[in-house]
Design a protein around this ligand. Structure first.
Ligand code: ADP
Length: 162
C-alpha cells in the first residue's frame, strides 16, 4: 500500500488543498494530511482548530487520514512508513522554496521522495494567506472554502476586530 504524506499549515484548509488531496488519491492508496503547528507563521487558528477543520472537510474521502505532526518532517515520514511527501505547486513563485525543501529533505533522508502535484487552474492562485485577506475585507469566500470553514473564518476575523 503506497502512502503519501501531505504536510502543511492549513490555516485554514482551502479548495486548493482539497484539490491536491483528491489528486493524490489517484497516485497513492492512502494520504495522510499532516498538520504542522508552525507557530512562526502566526496561524489564525490553533492546531486543534486546524485539525478539526481538515477532518470536517475530508470526512467524505475514504483513504484520507488527518493527523498533527511536530519536528522534522522526514523523521515523521520515516516513522510512519510512508513512501513520499506530497506538495502542491501553484505558480512558479512556489518553485524556489519547494525545490529547496525537497533537496534538503532528500539530503536528510535520501530514500524519501517528494511528489509535486499541480492544482486545477481555478485554484492555482489560491492560498490561505490571500483568503484571509479577502475575508478580512469582507469578500465572498464561497468559491474558495467549504461553507463551514468560511463561516469559522469570518467568525474568527470578526472576533479579532476591535
Ligand atoms: P505550508 O506552510 O507548508 O506552505 P500550506 O497550508 O500553505 O502550508 O500549504 C500546504 C501545501 O499545499 C503546500 O505544498 C502548498 O504549496 C500547497 N497548496 C496550498 N494552496 C494550494 C493551492 N491553491 N493549490 C495547490 N497547492 C496548494
Amino acid at each position: 500500500m503506497k502512502i503519501g504524506i501531505y504536510p502543511g499549515t492549513f490555516d485554514p484548509i482551502t479548495h486548493g488543498h482539497t484539490d491536491i488531496i483528491t489528486r493524490s488519491l489517484r497516485v497513492f492508496d492512502k494520504v495522510v494530511v499532516a498538520v504542522a503547528p508552525n507557530p512562526s507563521k502566526h496561524p489564525l487558528f490553533n492546531l486543534a482548530e486546524r485539525l478539526e477543520m481538515v477532518k470536517l472537510v475530508m470526512s467524505d474521502l475514504g483513504q484520507v487520514e488527518v493527523t498533527a505532526f511536530e519536528g522534522l518532517l522526514v523523521d515523521y515520514v520515516e516513522r510512519s512508513g510512508a513512501h513520499a511527501i506530497i506538495r502542491g505547486l501553484r505558480a512558479i513563485s512556489d518553485f524556489e522554496h519547494e525545490f529547496q525543501m525537497a533537496l534538503i529533505n532528500r539530503r536528510l533522508a535520501k530514500q524519501v521522495e517528494t511528489v509535486f502535484l499541480m492544482p486545477s487552474e481555478e485554484y492555482s492562485y489560491l492560498s490561505s494567506t490571500i483568503i484571509k485577506d479577502v475575508a478580512n475585507h469582507g469578500g465572498a469566500l464561497t468559491d474558495f472554502l467549504h461553507p463551514e470553514i468560511a463561516r469559522r473564518l469570518k467568525e474568527r476575523i470578526r472576533s479579532l476586530k476591535p
